[in-house]
Design a protein around this ligand. Sequence first.
Ligand code: FES
Ligand code: FES
Length: 175
Amino acid sequence: MATKLAFTVNGAPRAIAAPPQTPLLYVLRNELNLTGPRFGCGVAQCGACAVLVDGHEVRSCVTPAGSVNGKHITTIEGLPALWAAGQPSAQTGTLHPVQQAWIDEQVPQCGYCQSGMMIAAVDLLSKNPNPTAAQVKDAFTNTPPSPHLCRCGTYAAIVDAVLLAARTMSTGKAG
Ligand code: FES
Ligand code: FES
């Protein structure tokens, strides 16, 4: 039975009517047209659907929409605004340093997994602003509920991009 659900998505209040058990991923993609988060496995095992809820990564394919009622959700589409909000001098529309680093390091191949990878990077850098390469690898492989998987094998470039983003963010400059 549909219930009114309300949350903040990428800084804007949004309200929908949906059964509370509806996966958050379906709400984001089908109701709110935010197609950055991807459906990969559907069972919390790949990370393609990752988004931030109150600043922490969740697998939106297994997160009931009702469980995030009243919370703040950030998708890949919201990362520029998330970065700008913390940087008074940043220009509106500037990519998040993680996104820019992904471009600079030419990380994506098919790209399917990369939205989730960048969300994981933002989550990691919010907790550990200056990680080592080993800590980056650990975060992408040993953080519950499962590793972030890339069938194209972009893992080495991801590590380079996270380290580049960390350097950029430490100087407060995007791009
Ligand atoms: S689609 Fe959610 S973890 Fe794979
Ligand atoms: S870039 Fe293709 S699955 Fe990761």
